[in-house]
Each structure stands twice: as structure tokens, then as C-alpha cells.
Design a protein around this ligand. Structure first.
Ligand code: PMP
Length: 372
């Protein structure tokens, strides 16, 4: 496997670089004090350091199931498997459920492409439109692959959210083709206006719904989950047992204790408010300082994506790195023929004053490249 250019960009970033490149949550918003209290409680029980069940800590699975039910997606704790990040859920599905391949969005989430490549699962790309994936090519593609891996809420890298009509159309297409849906939803709770019902809710037997605590609590904990039918979960469980026996008992119990005492909603509301303000700061900086950049306003998530029409963003990123600002060129998110004039900006990690300066530096590099 080739090392990704994005990793090379992240490697050259120093403490002084203004980075729009990674996908890091804002560390200032980690609920450290509440986690300290939770850790005290959890570490008073020896079971927190013991081996535990492969499917995951039952009280945590129950809480996740209840949250699905409250959102209108009937779910039992038996239908939840805790995974070591949602990245592992993609690995498990790739290794056990995709004999013919999988259809992915273009541009695509790089981590999923790597997981599919590692498991030797063939991928076919279908372009994203403003309201979600293009339906005619999706139908044709899943007839061959039998599965679609989609991120309908605030996709990585595009930040795009599927419309209600497109969600319905996707569910119908997947069911008509007797295919599987892998709905990756790590950003779903980070909406700025309203929540959306998972597509999986309308097809619970033929879908995997992937969740994660990485973007809503802390990615260093490495805890995510899959919601699927019990029969499908059993197939993932066999693979999970072979890979890591179970996800860290301590990390699961920490999250459970945090959830038990604090709830999730207050923390989530605060994240939404902070991230919306940061998104606005970035979007305003772009409109005023780099007006040639064309983009859709994100409605949630962590990324803003757009185009500098006709312009090579891979050359631009090198000029930007010299000036101390980083982003990821869109070409990195295409497994085949890349789009050359797109780029992704993360808005959760950098503070608004730095954002303004960072966009200014990007604009300088852009002007320099135009005249040279
Ligand atoms: N899916 C998507 C779409 C992501 O953006 C990420 C993280 N960048 C992941 C899965 C993996 O997240 P984690 O393993 O931390 O839950």
C-alpha cells in the first residue's frame, strides 16, 4: 500500500503551522474534568481492568440502543457491537461481508478506501452531487458490487448532507438490488440545525449503521460501534474476536460512566454551538479573502470542501506549506482519476483568529501561483 500524501502533509506540520489539514476535534472541548471523575469511579472496580465480552460492555450497548430508539430507530442492545473506533467496524465488514466489492462515494473517505484495499475488496466510485450520491450510476454499480458504503451526514471529505429525497431513493435502490448498505455516521450528531433519521432505520436487516465516540467525545479512546441485525453482527463478531478479542474494557467503561453521570446532550449542544461558530468564521474568511473559492456551506460536521476552478491545488498546497498553512488537496480523495482543483478544509481544530490569518496566507499563495 502506498503511503498517503495526507500523512506526508501531517508529518511536515509544525507547532507554528495553521492546519486545516487533519480531522482533529477541538481538544479544548474535551470534557477533561468529567472524565477525571469518571476515571476515579471506574478505577475503583477491578473489572475495569479485566478481559471482557467481545460484543462489548452491556450497559454501554444498552445506552446506545436506547439512543437509537429515542431517535426513531428501533434497536436492542443485542444489535450493537462495540468496536475499536468505527475504523474497525469498516475493517470487520470489509473482511466478512463484501465478496463482490463495494460502491463508494467520490470523493471518498480515505480510511475506508485503505480498509477495503487491505481486505482486497474491489471498490467502484460514484460521484456525489449537491444532495447526495448520483442515483443512476449508484443503481448500476450496486448491481455489480452488492454493497454501498456511504456517509450521508456531513461526509468526509465534502461535508455534504444527503437530502431526504435522496435518502429514500438510496434505501429503495439498495433494497431493490438486494444489496447491503454500510452507513458510516461519525458526524451525524454534529448538525448545526436538525438531526436526520439514518437511512438504515428504513432497512434495518440489510444495513450496518456505524457510530463513533471519536468526534463527539474523544478520538483517543478508540471506541465506536456497529448497529446491525443479530445475524450480520455474529459474522462481524467472529472476525473481531480474531483481531483484538474485545475493545478496551477501561475505555468502554469510562465512556459509560461519563454518559451515566453527565448524559451526552449537554456536551453535544456545546460542540454544535462551538463548531457552528468556527464554521462561520472559516466561511466568512474564505468569502472575504479568497472569493474565487466555490463551496457549499456545511450544515454540520468538521469539514468545508470546495473548488478553485481550473486550478491545481496540489501545487498550491506546497506553496502554502512553505508559508505555514496546510490543507488537503481534493486529488487525495479519489482512488482513480482525481479532480485537480478541489480542496478540503477542517474547521474544528483551528481557532477563528488563526483561521483568518491562515486563509490570508492561502490567498497570498493562490495569487502568487496565478501570476507565475
Ligand atoms: N469514518 C469516517 C467517515 C471518518 O471520517 C473517520 C475518522 N476520520 C472514521 C470513520 C474513523 O473514526 P474512528 O475510528 O476514530 O471512530
Amino acid at each position: 500500500m502506498k503511503r498517503q500524501f495526507i500523512r506526508e502533509i501531517l508529518d511536515v506540520i509544525t507547532a507554528d503551522t495553521i492546519s486545516f489539514a487533519g480531522g482533529l476535534p477541538d481538544a479544548d472541548l474535551f470534557p477533561l474534568d468529567a472524565f477525571k471523575t469518571a476515571a476515579d469511579r471506574v478505577l475503583s472496580e477491578p473489572a475495569s481492568l479485566q478481559y471482557s465480552r467481545s460484543q462489548g460492555y452491556a450497559p454501554l450497548r444498552e445506552k446506545i440502543a436506547e439512543r437509537y430508539c429515542a431517535a426513531g430507530f428501533e434497536t436492542r442492545a443485542e444489535e450493537i457491537l462495540i468496536t475499536t473506533g468505527s475504523q474497525q467496524a469498516i475493517n470487520l465488514i470489509a473482511l466478512s461481508m463484501l465478496p463482490y466489492g463495494v460502491t463508494v462515494e467520490l470523493p471518498a473517505y480515505l480510511g475506508a478506501l485503505s480498509a477495503f484495499r487491505l481486505a482486497k475488496v474491489k471498490t467502484e466510485g460514484v460521484a456525489l452531487e449537491h444532495d447526495g450520491i448520483a442515483m443512476t450510476p449508484l443503481r448500476r454499480s450496486i448491481a455489480r458490487t452488492g454493497a454501498a458504503y456511504l456517509i450521508p451526514d456531513f461526509q468526509n471529505p465534502t461535508g455534504l448532507r444527503y437530502s431526504a429525497a435522496k435518502r429514500q431513493a438510496v434505501a429503495k435502490a439498495v433494497l431493490d438490488a438486494d444489496a447491503l448498505l454500510i452507513e458510516d455516521a461519525p458526524y451525524s450528531e454534529l448538525y448545526f440545525d436538525h438531526a436526520s433519521l439514518p437511512i438504515s432505520a428504513t432497512m434495518p436487516e440489510r444495513s450496518f449503521h456505524l457510530g463513533s465516540f471519536s468526534k463527539i467525545l474523544a478520538p483517543g479512546l478508540r471506541v465506536g460501534w456497529v448497529r446491525a441485525s443479530e445475524a450480520n453482527l455474529r459474522r462481524l463478531l467472529v472476525v473481531k474476536e480474531a483481531i483484538d478479542l474485545h475493545t478496551s474494557t477501561l475505555d468502554q467503561r469510562l465512556i459509560d460512566a461519563f454518559w451515566e453521570t453527565e448524559g451526552l446532550d449537554r456536551h453535544l449542544s456545546s460542540l454544535r454551538i462551538h463548531y457552528r461558530a468556527k464554521k462561520n468564521a472559516l466561511s466568512n474568511a474564505l468569502r472575504t479573502q479568497l472569493p474565487d473559492f466555490v463551496f457549499d456551506e456545511p450544515r454540520g460536521g468538521m469539514f468545508l470542501y470546495g473548488r478553485l476552478p481550473g486550478f491545481d491545488t496540489k501545487t498550491l498546497v506546497n506553496r502554502c506549506l512553505e508559508r505555514g498553512v496546510a490543507f488537503v488537496p481534493g486529488s487525495e480523495f479519489y482512488p482513480g482519476t482525481p479532480a485537480l482543483d478541489e480542496l478540503r478544509l477542517n474547521f474544528t481544530h483551528t481557532d477563528p483568529a488563526q483561521m483568518h490569518r491562515g486563509v490570508g496566507l492561502m490567498a497570498d499563495a493562490y495569487r502568487e501561483q496565478i501570476v507565475s
